[in-house]
Design a binder for this molecule. Structure first.
Ligand SMILES: Cc1cc2nc3c(=O)[nH]c(=O)nc-3n(C[C@H](O)[C@H](O)[C@H](O)COP(=O)(O)OP(=O)(O)OC[C@H]3O[C@@H](n4cnc5c(N)ncnc54)[C@H](O)[C@@H]3O)c2cc1C
Length: 443
């Protein structure tokens, strides 16, 4: 017997997503109005929901499938990240991204599965999203960072993954800045324009998928063998529901204080002019993550913009304030100025935040929540590759398939519950603050 589910938090604007703003205007949204009936409803049009809907449609071409998204697809979190499809271990709660050998190998297997699925979709449909298989630089700014990179390199060697060291001069030739002291190049990371990818994935869904945007599910109830989902202007009755709402699932209950909505923030510069491009030098496009997971991620885009990401804030109510955004912009400007002193006049045009879904033990939710209701939630900060994989695999699981990767996801720990609020709030915020403080120069 399924219970009643209230969707109490809905996506808020959370700043202005530069990736979305730099795309051509979107076609008008198709919203839920009136009464509908589908075999499956996927709730959440992020990368997880987009992959779940596609895979279901591929495997069950006669099924009718609805994908419902509260915002525009590409404007919410999956379209507002830094666009790294990371294949290698990337535990942002550790000090050097890696875990144990077995956990690292399992992560790589899963993440590559997700990346391969999306890459093949992008190629098959010619999705215009600046997909690049150019790898990433993992850079340090001092001895402490270099030691973290060395630790990460050892972890890669243990699992048989290749990487290449760059010294100060070599990484400066790539980035144009002398800010970094050393870097590891790892070839398997892909990068994208995330808003363009999400929009493209929505536009190329198989014919048996109907995409609804600006359609927030307000509640879900059981009616006989069906689920009834209510919206502001209509309802959908479905045989089965797949929840892909990531951080927003933190308010569903059932996992008290286990799913932690932690925001991170990004800013994008305006387009540089020819003189500024010449002053910067370096390669036309590169993607760099910091040696300390709490440091600053930077991308130089082929569109001649620079995108920086840093700063985390625990926001259990799933909304950020103007002062959160102002603080993030201030931190981004400082990070930008330290790296690019030759670009003093290049202002940050857009600043935004987005909710990650973390947990204290790297746990996630995958499987059947209750009769007819499935969930794939909890990316732990690596939603592009992990969400692609878990979205694809939850569709296969919902159709009764089994394979080793499904078993791997079913076996992962559930998010560990924390003490009740406000104790949990203070503990999580303090842990983030200490980690950011320790990242120091990498910010
Ligand atoms: C600034 C920033 C940089 C990041 N960089 C990276 C990166 O480089 N690489 C990486 O892998 N990850 C990165 N991330 C994390 C990544 O964006 C997330 O892990 C990813 O979006 C998770 O995908 P998802 O589909 O599971 O969830 P989401 O993208 O959060 O999608 C869930 C969707 O559900 C919708 N929804 C919620 N409630 C409802 C409702 N009631 N009705 C209908 N729809 C609803 C939401 O609007 C949302 O679109 C970054 C995040 C941010 C904010």
């Amino acid at each position: 017997m399924a219970s009643k589910l209230d969707f109490v938090r809905f996506p808020a604007p959370d700043g202005v997503n530069g990736w979305w703003e730099s795309l051509p205007p979107a076609a008008p949204a198709n919203s839920v109005t009136g009464e509908h009936r589908f075999d499956y409803v996927i709730v959440g049009g992020g990368i997880t929901g987009l992959c779940a809907a596609r895979r279901l449609a591929e495997l069950a071409p006669d099924a009718s499938i609805a994908l419902v998204e509260a915002d525009r697809i590409g404007r919410s979190t999956a379209g507002r990240n830094s666009g790294f499809f990371v294949d290698l271990p990337h535990d942002i709660s550790s000090e050097s991204y890696s875990r144990s050998v077995e956990a690292d190998k399992a992560d790589v297997r899963l993440q590559r599965h997700g990346i391969d699925y999306v890459r093949s979709t992008v190629r098959q449909h010619g999705i215009d999203c600046d997909w690049r298989d150019d790898g990433k630089y993992h850079a340090s700014v001092n001895k402490k960072g270099h030691a973290a990179l060395a630790h990460f390199a050892q972890g890669l060697a243990r699992i048989g993954e290749a990487c290449e060291w760059l010294d100060e001069a070599a990484i400066a030739r790539v980035t144009g800045t002398g800010f970094y002291k050393s870097a590891l190049f790892t070839p398997g990371c892909s990068t994208v324009q995330p808003a363009a990818l999400m929009r493209g994935l929505a536009a190329t869904q198989p014919a048996n998928v109907t995409v609804f945007e600006l359609s927030a599910v307000k509640g879900m109830e059981t009616r006989g063998q069906s689920r009834l989902l209510s919206f502001a202007n209509g309802r959908i009755e479905a045989q089965r529901v797949v929840l892909c709402t990531n951080a927003y699932a933190a308010t569903f209950g059932g996992h008290p204080n286990g799913l932690l909505p932690v925001y991170t923030f990004a800013s994008m510069s305006r387009v540089m002019n020819d003189d500024e491009i010449a002053r910067l030098g370096g390669a036309q496009s590169w993607a760099l993550i910091p040696a300390d997971p709490m440091g600053t991620t930077v991308r130089r885009l082929a569109t001649n913009r620079i995108c920086v990401r840093n700063h985390f804030a625990f926001r259990p109510n799933l909304a950020v304030s103007e002062s959160d955004l102002a603080k993030a912009k201030h931190l981004h400007q400082r990070s930008f100025d330290r790296r690019f002193p030759m670009l003093k006049d290049v202002e940050l045009q857009y600043t935004w935040g987005g909710a990650l879904c973390l947990s204290a033990n790297n746990g996630a939710l995958f499987g059947q929540r209750e009769d007819g209701v499935f969930e794939a939630v909890g990316c732990n900060g690596l939603g592009l590759s992990r969400g692609s994989a878990s979205g694809k695999l939850i569709a296969e699981y919902a159709l009764g398939q089994s394979n080793p990767l499904i078993d791997q996801l079913l076996a992962q720990p559930h998010p560990r519950s924390l003490p009740i609020r406000p104790i949990a709030d203070v503990a999580v915020s303090a842990a983030i603050w200490m980690k950011e403080f320790s990242a120091g120069a990498e910010l």
